[in-house]
Ligand binder design. Structure first.
Ligand code: NAI
Length: 463
């Protein structure tokens, strides 16, 4: 018997949670619920949208099923989902997209699993105003973070008997960040010779998903691309109302539907519990309870095929009627082919130890200085010690000295100073002492080169 933390959430959350509780009880799934609270009601009762007792319950049980919670827009309490994701470092967001018979869509044979990195990328939330005209968002892609989610995608593929994992990226443009994601993918793929692997650019992936979705099996993506492409995949199977999801971390997992709290229909008893039931089914697979998962999913599918649907899918059943129909359609255990696995250890992936620039032989060869100015500067020194002004750029493109070009210049520039040989900290300090009185700098970026002479920064584009 597994003890699972259950957060009913708000809006339609309590209605769809009741549906899952009833179906699990009728199916005699070996799960007992430990109720915990989060959301608006919590804020009123405990003064916090996510009480410590709820985090403690997830810590104890390691697996949670969470209903949707309302996030106030433009102020109010912070997103509960983000708080949980961060507290338990849920690095992988797993969204299966499988066609549901009886749900009208353009395709009837979709069967893919999208694994999205869940913590890094632009979602690390490192953003700055650089000038009144320029906001900057840092796109953080790390070796440990990418490796964790990619390894999880391969482990998942192996566990579920899937044939292929595809890395979706934009390494032709984001050569360093997406390049790192792809590099981690290619290295980890070597450890899984039983599973095919390939990669595709994210723009092409979107087109292929619409034209030839059968080309894909398991997909793994950095966070922002994953966010967008997973909704595309949800669209292939009938929209957010039927799209389940799970968030996986080292030893922890939280499952929830993709949709929100649907305040417009809350309390009316007409919410569609399909996505939440499928999230609970995904949770059963995660626990190794494949037989129980298959039994409940088959009952759900049979119910939809037989035409019993909620209003959002074109039917006229309410939540209770739909739930009762699923219960009456539960197949006998003898008809289920999948086997439950014995209770196992919670999923863990080795986290890579941090490496140092020194041990890796990285040498400092220069500095990029980003600065605010209304005109291109004319007073920057050509040389400071061994550091030479290589280029001034605007919007990533070099300014030519005597260019008659009339392109629009932003009020945010970059000066790149580079040396032939590695420079000392004292030389960098001297550069800053020389430049600081002459320009209004906003950001400093150290430039590294490997011992083998490979620059670890992107070149500046020529005009
Ligand atoms: P939403 O997904 O709650 O609703 C969008 C539309 O889909 C509405 O018309 C709604 O009635 C319908 N809908 C959604 N789920 C349905 C279901 N199970 N059955 C029938 N119809 C369904 O998205 P919205 O309106 O943008 O967000 C509402 C609130 O939910 C916001 O506060 C948002 O922050 C929060 N939210 C919470 C999430 C979570 O806790 N995981 C995820 C997404 C949004």
């Amino acid at each position: 018997m597994y003890t699972i933390t259950l957060i009913r959430g708000d809006g339609i959350g309590p209605e769809i949670a009741e549906s899952v509780i009833e179906i699990f009880a009728a199916a005699e799934a070996p799960v007992q619920w430990e109720e915990a609270y989060a959301g608006r009601a919590c804020l009123e009762r405990f003064g916090t949208p996510i009480p410590e007792a709820t985090l403690e319950s997830i810590r104890r049980n390691r697996v949670a099923l969470k209903g949707p919670t309302t996030t106030p827009i433009g102020g109010g309490h912070r997103s509960i989902n983000v708080a949980i994701r961060k507290a338990f470092e849920l690095f992988a967001n797993v969204r299966p997209a499988r066609s549901i018979p009886g749900v009208q869509t353009r395709y009837n044979d979709i069967d893919l699993i999208l694994v999205r990195e869940n913590i890094e990328d632009t979602y690390a939330g490192v953003e700055y105003w650089q000038t009144p005209d320029v906001a900057e968002s840092l796109r953080l892609i790390s070796r440990p973070g990418s490796s964790a989610v990619i390894r999880y995608a391969f482990d998942l593929a192996r566990r579920l008997g899937r044939r292929k994992v595809t890395c979706v990226h934009k390494a032709n443009i984001q050569k360093l960040s997406d390049g790192l994601f792809l590099e981690c993918f290619c290295a980890i793929a070597q450890d899984y010779p039983d599973i095919m692997s390939d990669d595709i650019l994210v723009d092409n992936a979107c087109m292929q998903l619409v034209m030839r979705p059968e080309r894909f099996d398991v997909m793994v993506l950095p966070n922002l691309f994953g966010d967008i492409v997973s909704d595309l995949c949800a669209g292939l199977i009938g929209g957010l109302g039927v799209a389940p999801g799970g968030n996986i971390g080292n030893g922890y997992a939280v499952f929830e539907a993709v949709h929100g709290s649907a305040p417009d229909i809350a309390g009316k008893g007409i919410a569609n519990p399909t996505a939440f039931i499928l999230s609970a089914v995904q949770m059963l697979h995660h626990l190794g309870l494949h037989a129980d998962a298959e039994r409940i999913e088959n009952a759900l599918r049979y119910t939809l095929v037989s035409g019993i649907k909620t209003r959002d899918l074109g039917g006229n059943a309410n939540t209770r009627e739909f739930t009762k129909a699923i219960i009456s359609n539960l197949p006998p255990r003898s008809q289920v082919q999948a086997q439950n696995e014995p209770v196992g250890e919670p999923y863990r992936t080795p986290m890579l130890p941090p490496r140092s620039t020194e041990n890796e032989g990285w040498q400092t060869v220069g500095m990029d200085i980003f600065f605010h100015a209304l005109q291109p500067p004319t007073n920057l020194p050509e040389r400071v010690g061994s550091l030479r002004l290589q280029v001034i750029s605007n919007r990533g493109v070099a300014l030519e000295a005597n260019s008659s070009d009339e392109r629009y210049l932003l009020n945010w520039f970059r000066a790149r100073y580079v040396a032939e040989q590695p420079v000392s900290e004292a030389e960098l300090a001297e550069l800053m002492n020389t430049l600081a009185p002459r320009l209004h700098w906003t950001t400093l970026q150290r430039l590294y080169r490997t011992r083998e002479g490979i620059d670890l920064f992107s070149p500046i584009l020529a005009e």
